[in-house]
Every structure is written in C-alpha cells, then in structure tokens.
Write a protein that binds this ligand. Structure first.
Ligand code: UDX
Length: 438
C-alpha cells in the first residue's frame, strides 16, 4: 500500500511517520521547502516526544520520503489531507484556504482507486463539498478525523481511543481501504465507528467543544471559589470521583490555549451561526470568555503582589500552552507575560522548549536560558506552564537563589505546603492562598 500525506505540520508529520512505521511506503508533501528539508533529515520542525526516533527510522529505512512536489502523490492508494484550518483573520470562522488548495492541487494526480481521506478539522458540510469536487476524477473521499494531543501525538496516532470513518452512503470500498490502512491498530481491539460525513466532522469539533467546556466549567467554579474561600482543586477531586463526571480535564488554572481548542470552539460557533443555530452553541462564547478571564485574573494577582512588595520584576516559568510542547499558539502563559510587559512590568521568562517559538511570537519579551536566571532578581515568581522541571524544583534551593517570597501558581501544580514551609506565600487560581510558615 502506498500512502501520501498532504501537509506536514503537527498532524501531517506525525501521521506520515506513523504510516511509515506501519510498513507503508509513505510520502509527505508540504509547500514549505525549509520544513521539508528538515523532515528529510529526520528532524521534526517542532518539539514532539518520540517523533524524532519515528521519523529517523522511516527515513533511514527508505519507506518515508518528503517532497514539495505534489505530483509525487500519483500512484498512492490513500492520500491523507492534514493541512491546517486556522482561524480566519478578522473572524471566528475557520480558514479553509489550505484545504481547498490541497484538494485542487491533487486533482490531476488522483483517479479511480484513490481514496482521499481528510484528517483536518473542518466545519460541518466541508467533506460533502470536497467529495463533489473530487468525484469527476473517479477517486473517493472519506473523512477520518484525528484526535491527537500535542506531546502525545505519536502515542495518540498509533494507539488511538477510537477510529472514526466518515463515508458516503454505501461506500463500503472506502471503509475496507481504511480498515486495511489501520489493520495493525484495529487488531488491538480499537473501536472503529463508520458514520456519515456530517457525523464525522461533528465528532471532532464536538469532542473539542466538550473538552473546552469541561475546562471552563471548572474554571468558573474557580472564579466562585475565589469569592467564597473554597478550594477548586479539592472540589475537582470530589466531583471527579463521580464516574459520570471523571477527574480528567478538570484542572483549574490559566485555562486552555494551543492551536486547537480556542480556534475550534470559535469556528464551531461561527458555523452554527451560519446554520441558523447561533443560540444552540451560544454557551461556547461563555466557555471562551471564562477561559480568557483566567488570564486577566493571573495578571491581577501578579500585579497585586508586586504592589504589595513595591516591586515590578516578574519571573515567568513556562511559556508553552502546555508542557511537553514548544507551541505558544494562543498560550495563556505567553499572553499573561505580554500583558504584564505592556503594563510596564519587567518580565523575565524561561521555558525548557518554547524559547524560540515565544521569541518569534513576542520579540520584545526577555527570555532567559534557565530558571535561575529568571528568578534571580525577581520580586514575584509566576508559573504559567506545568513542566515537570518546575514541579521538581526544590523550594528550599529556590529560596536561596531569589529574594522573591511569593509564587503565583497559574496551574495549581506546586506542593504549596512545601513552598510555604521555606517561607513562600503561594497563590493559586481558585484556592485560598497558602501563607508562609512563620
Ligand atoms: C486538544 C485535544 O485534546 C485533542 O484531542 C485535539 O485533537 C486537539 O486539541 P491539545 O491542544 O494538544 O489537544 O492539548 P490538550 O492536552 O487537550 O490541552 C489543551 C489546553 O487545555 C492546554 O492549554 C492545557 O493546559 C489546558 N487544560 C487541559 C487545562 O487547562 N485543564 C485541564 O484539565 C486540561
């Protein structure tokens, strides 16, 4: 079986490497020459645990190739579409430019027997429209959404919770083809659901909307907890023990960011508006607002502590939107850092992997090479991303390296008692402050 993957970003690069690891002759296609050059050397253009090894294995074995020439997809049995669908400039809707362009570019190179399988996250209705464009070539189209999380992309691709195939009515041939592609994964008993196009498209966006809602729900409880003196982490533990609710994705803090959840809930809302269902998904606007308010809260807490100690220097630990990623797209930690800086505060930030991406995104931000450098002259410490490195910090050692005696934990991840024991005031989001031990 020969596989092509159009788009070599997070989704496509991982998918191509995974396909090659399953033993298929795979070609990854992208218009970005620099990205393709790196991938050819077996180097991912972004940080993703496990991916370098997978890429190198495929490239060295000769089963995985990368090219900017789309004509090289000719002869492929399956062509996956894995290009980005970012938020459209000046609007909440998804920008389908890359999806449309990739389909157009494929048309001369596909035909009877080719399956075009969309993986990108698209507004409901897109797959049918694309199927109509592809039909005259004789190729078939399926929608096969991807649910990978950054930081776990390889694991999520090779051992997914479920496989979803969206196919045209009665298109058993496409189902059989996808079953063949995923045979190794299905053999492990992975659930596989065959649905129509609209359902497949909705599965993806509704899953992300649900996850975003779950996070904003607990962050709404955090807002209330701050007023009434409750502890949102204990609240999450307690309600999470109800199996119907579950503890996962109930971590209150700075909220969600990244290249998926924020733009996907906005695009979903925008699509619902177009469909005359604005009211149906109106709650997603609230979900977005609650999420963004947590960033304001973090800024206010840091500002308040700076005022209390009469200083203006902040050490920000973490800039990535979540740990194990160098992605700063819509990152709460980076957003808070930028806002503090705009308000005249002196921010020194450190992130184990995201320095480069953060520097490109906010060139004025001072990003240093170590925790020690960030905290040295700080008045207030802040944690924006829960990297293991920060969880492992020894508070006693930190206390010897900075005069700051306050840490604002934006991810409710530190052992507050251990920090308080060596003299820190620990402030979380949605929980009472932990006073320094006398
Ligand atoms: C998400 C979905 O999980 C994935 O299924 C989809 O395919 C793409 O979008 P990802 O963006 O990689 O994946 O990150 P995820 O691990 O879901 O985290 C998203 C954001 O939510 C992060 O900023 C994270 O810090 C935040 N989060 C997550 C919380 O604030 N609290 C939680 O309890 C969980």
């Amino acid at each position: 079986m020969k596989i092509a993957v159009i788009g070599c970003g997070y989704l496509g690069a991982v998918h191509a490497a995974a396909m090659a690891s399953l033993g298929y002759e795979t070609v990854g296609v992208d218009v970005d020459e620099a990205k393709i050059e790196r991938l050819r050397r077996g180097e991912p253009p972004f940080y993703e645990p496990g991916l370098p090894e997978l890429l190198k294995a495929g490239v060295d074995a000769g089963t995985l190739r990368f090219t900017t020439d789309v004509s090289e997809v000719a002869g492929s049995d399956v062509v996956f579409i894995a290009v980005g669908t970012p938020q459209r400039a000046g609007s909440d809707a998804a920008d389908l430019t890359y999806v449309d362009a990739s389909i157009e570019s494929l048309l001369p190179h596909i035909g009877e027997g080719t399956l075009v399988a969309g993986k990108s996250t698209v507004p409901v209705g897109t797959a049918q429209r694309l199927a109509d464009i592809v039909a005259p070539t004789g190729a078939a189209l399926a929608w096969n959404p991807e649910f990978l999380r950054e930081g776990f992309a390889v694991e999520d691709t090779l051992t997914p919770d479920r496989l979803v195939y969206g196919v045209a009515d009665g298109d058993d041939a496409s189902v059989a083809r996808l079953d063949e592609v995923y045979a190794g994964i299905l053999a492990r008993g992975t659930d596989r659901l065959v649905v129509n196009f609209a359902t497949a498209e909705l599965v993806k966006v509704s899953a992300n909307a649900f996850l975003a809602t779950k996070i904003s729900f607990i962050n709404a409880m955090a807002e209330l907890s701050e007023t009434v003196g409750a502890d949102v982490t204990q609240l999450a533990d307690a309600i999470g023990l109800d199996a119907r609710i579950g503890r996962r994705f109930l971590n209150a803090g700075l909220g969600f960011g990244g290249g998926c959840l924020p733009k996907d809930i906005r695009a979903f809302q925008a699509r619902a508006d177009e469909l005359g269902h604005g009211q149906t998904l109106g709650f997603l606007r609230e979900v977005d607002q609650i999420n963004l308010r947590r960033r304001d809260r973090m800024v206010a807490l840091i500002d308040g502590e700076l005022a209390a100690v009469g200083g203006d220097r902040v050490a920000m630990l973490g800039l990535a939107f979540k740990p194990n990623s160098d992605d700063v797209r819509d990152s709460p930690a980076l957003d808070v850092s930028r806002t503090l800086q705009e308000r005249g505060r002196v921010v020194k930030a450190y992130d184990p992997e995201a320095s480069e991406t953060a520097r490109r995104s906010v060139p004025t931000l001072e990003i240093v090479g170590s925790v020690d450098e960030a905290i040295r002259n700080a008045d207030v410490l802040a944690l924006g991303t829960e990297w293991q490195q920060f969880r492992d910090l020894d508070p006693a050692e930190v206390a010897t390296k900075t005069a700051a005696r306050v840490i604002v934990d934006g991810r409710n991840t530190l052992d507050a008692r251990a920090w308080a024991a060596v003299g820190f005031k620990v402030i979380g989001l949605g929980r009472p402050d932990t006073a320094p031990a006398a």
